[in-house]
Design a protein around this ligand. Structure first.
Ligand SMILES: [Zn+2]
Length: 96
């Protein structure tokens, strides 16, 4: 994985790290990924199964579409909504 083909995934992983979501081996695997280092098989397993899967907010709870990497961290804090739905909901709240 190089930063040329980065789609926001490394930014998301950095946010998980800085937000204190990761622990133990997850931190090492996340750091290696962010620094574009070669992950060992064990690190890759931790990265795929814990860093990514365990912390993934899943599909948007409103429109059911997948949430892009740059919006995932936000989704973890807004109840699991993609950026567009979060905007719509936020606007609706203000109208009340
Ligand atoms: Zn949505």
């Amino acid at each position: 994985m190089s930063f040329e083909e980065d789609d926001g995934q490394s930014g998301y992983v950095s946010e998980l790290l800085e937000g204190g979501y990761l622990q133990g081996p997850e931190i090492g695997a996340a750091n290696a990924f962010i620094k574009d280092e070669e992950l060992s098989q064990a690190q890759q397993n931790v990265f795929d199964n814990f860093v990514l899967r365990k912390h993934d907010p899943g599909a948007c709870k409103r429109c059911r579409n997948g949430i892009d990497w740059p919006e995932k961290y936000e989704a973890k804090h807004n109840g699991g909504f993609c950026g567009r739905c979060a905007n719509v909901i936020h606007k609706a709240d203000q109208d009340d």
